[in-house]
Design a protein around this ligand. Sequence first.
Ligand SMILES: [Zn+2]
Length: 683
Amino acid sequence: MITRVLCVLSMLLAAEFCLAQTDSSKSGVPAEIPVLDVNAIDKTADPCLDFYQYACGTWMKNNPIPTDKSRWGRFDQLAEHNRYILRDILDQAEVPGTHSPIETMVGNYYASCMDESTIEKKGAAPLAPQMEKIAAISNKTDLIRQIASMHRVGTSALFNFYSQPDMHDSNETLANLDQGGISLPDRDYYLKDDPKSVETRQKYVEHVQKMFELAGDKPEAAAAEAKTILAIETGLAKTSMDRTLRRDPKNRDHKMTVTQITGDAPNFDLNLYFAENGSPKFTSLNVVNPEFFKQVNEQIASTSLDEWKTYLRWKTINEYAPMLSKAFVDEDFAFNGKYMSGQQEIEPRWKRCVTSTDGDLGFALGKLYVDRTFGAEGKERTLKMVKAIESAMREDIGSLSWMSDETKKKAYEKLTAIVNNIGYPDVWRDYSSVVIKRDDYAGNVERASAFEVHRDLAKIDRPTDRKDWGMTPPTVNAYYRSSMNDINFPAGILQPPFYSNSMDDAANFGGIGVVIGHELTHGFDDQGRKYDADGNLRDWWTADDAREFEKRADCTANEYSSFVSVKDDNGEVKLNGRLTLGENTADNGGLKLAYMALMHIIGDTPVKPIDGYTPQQRFFLSFGQIWCQNVTDQQARRLAIVDPHSPGRWRVNGVVQNSAAFEKAFGCKAGQPMVAENACRVW
Ligand SMILES: [Zn+2]
């Protein structure tokens, strides 16, 4: 449940480097993944025709997607590597004995998740307390009260509520009321009419019916209930703002008083909701999508109480399914894993339990992970690279012919103010108030979720907590937060294939160097550029410079919109260049900055080729190989709708074809596919 809360948050205020997660064998921690692997290269390919195939071809051929994954890349290999380390930590912690309080806590949580026989005996019983409360609802006031109660334990329903820094005064944190309540990954799934979308809705209804049957309903009743769910969620989807529009902060910026929003949506009884959802009292808030509340206000009236009760039962079953007996887990996987993502088999229990522990108690488990894997020198050497890439950015801004000195001055100010967070938080999250029981997995998840919701809501109307982290330390990812103006690198990503002490600078700058450059660039992409050095939404651009920026961003958006993401029996899907604009801008800028920083280090001294590759070539190969991956058609299709990042092939080929340095390094000629006719460049 926690993971879902964090996903909402990170979607709103952080631009991430990737979506990670994925596998392999069952014994011990797998071997380290090389930073630059010459054996991954397909030497039969021409780097100027298809660089991705050249850098990754042999890797892709030799690394089919494991049956318990829907995507398998070198990125995912590292996430899997970390997962084995975490299992090792948890295996030791879960054996009763003398342990620190943190070890005892994560050990007991993990043991409760691994205890399938207790979980099986309980069957659907963990649903009972919520189901009884839902059954007792007798009017629409009770309905809102029940939604507040569900939100308190992290179960999503109807809309979302969370805290976030005030967009105009980042030092203060505000309550945020947002659209929500659908269960498929995006509003598109409910609204599109192509055959695949129609099929998905049909499969969804069948799945919901099966879940209701598992919860004890008769097939006929369950079938009718499933139709109700689709109807209610379609109503919510229709009035939800689409993902691409949500990228523009001005579309999410609607500060108003509690009186205003309660007046706009009287059927919600938001006063009651705010009083019962566990948040402190407040008088103003940001309503991310006011139209949603106006429209759904009507839906509350036009939908019967029984139908709403059915909806709340479904949201509860759906949320708890992974914590229940095998029948629930299997059906949840059959739809969400197999049908939606093309994953053939569910992951072994231990992998799901490690992920669950990381999701719910990630800063306790993360502390143990950091103690084992990440020393002070890791922090130091990363900081050194960050500094080198920041000064490359300073130089890059200085060199722009289209930007006025006035805007440049503000850009320097913003760059100087960026805060670097490396490895793990200064202050560790204290979970000691969370009750963890060895024989109560669902209860543990519920209590840990309640803790997290409470921690988030306690920030409302308080000075912004800039020390708080949005990702756990073992996570293979990184992020920039506009409101905080900070870049963050969890310990999990600061290792091979991104970085190794034993590798040359070229390989390391092509790996972690590009990641650092990517996060820095987010502060200046089409979203980030709208925030100032203090993390406030304030326009610091001259009108001319803003126009020049948009012209360049349009070039990138159009370029990526022409790339094909997936082509299968269900047709061809192109990338959404507007949805992925921020990430593509960061990919292009990140590569450029890391390359500049590397050239400063290498200077004019001739460096001998390694394995036949010059440092320049090794830089690009190391970069390209970060993204070697295989992905199922189903997952590629899903990601094209929901993921603001481009798929691996385009994160590589889309970037190098805009890079003059790449052209030179591999001797590519105008007219070849890896030399764009109209190369796009924002930074
Ligand atoms: Zn990013």
